[in-house]
Design a protein around this ligand. Sequence first.
Ligand SMILES: C[S@@+](CC[C@H](N)C(=O)[O-])C[C@H]1O[C@@H](n2cnc3c(N)ncnc32)[C@H](O)[C@@H]1O
Length: 233
Amino acid sequence: MPFTKEFLEKVAPLYSAQMGTENMAPLLHSLINFHRPQRLLEVGAGYTTPFIAQALHDVVESRAQEAATTDNPNLVPEYFAQFYAPKLLCIDNHTLPGSTSAKVKDLMGEMGLDKYVEFIDADFTEYTDKIDPSYLPLDFVWFDCGALKEYFLFFNNFWRHVNPNGGLLLMHSTLTNLEISTFIKSIKLLQATSDFNNIEIMSLLEPHKKSQNSVTMCRRTTEVEEILYTIQP
Ligand SMILES: C[S@@+](CC[C@H](N)C(=O)[O-])C[C@H]1O[C@@H](n2cnc3c(N)ncnc32)[C@H](O)[C@@H]1O
């Protein structure tokens, strides 16, 4: 789905080369259009936030168009019978110099996207048990904050909140940073041993960048319901 010139101009002041999410933000938008999550969490606000909120708006519109379609036998009627009112919980404590997080809330209001986002000005480490139960389980999580300690703290405290029926956790900047790559190896070890049926893992690298250049996606599969639509006769 292309972004309008107006959208890109509006979000440009949130971009920071230090945060390096110029490709990540549109990727999040695409993944949300693909996965269609209802309850989302972002830790680390900035350029990525409006792309996530815009994706929720776009999915709401796509759903309405698809639901009105009468001549597409490929659509799944049960999917359209489900209530869909997506919401992003966005946590930031605004402590990182150079971050554009403090500008995000006002811009979302100006763009008419604030109805999709609830902003929490807090340290995520103090918020684990404070999430309103109506936001759980989380269908889509984008974590872009801190260093090794934060990655471990986040995974240890929030992974259990990710939807066991296929919820996605995406973590930024995971592959070429020695400490965080060690953290990813610890998750791969879990997957290879005790949690084979609980996690699927995939990482992507932007080869032209030295930092802020990667993402690791974990899919929580503990209670995935197998769906078979196509069976060869
Ligand atoms: C890498 S930046 C986020 C970049 C943003 N996703 C973007 O695309 O521009 C990390 C953000 O996490 C916030 N942060 C750092 N430690 C935090 C913590 N413990 N709890 C909540 N937010 C934190 C910082 O204030 C900063 O805005």
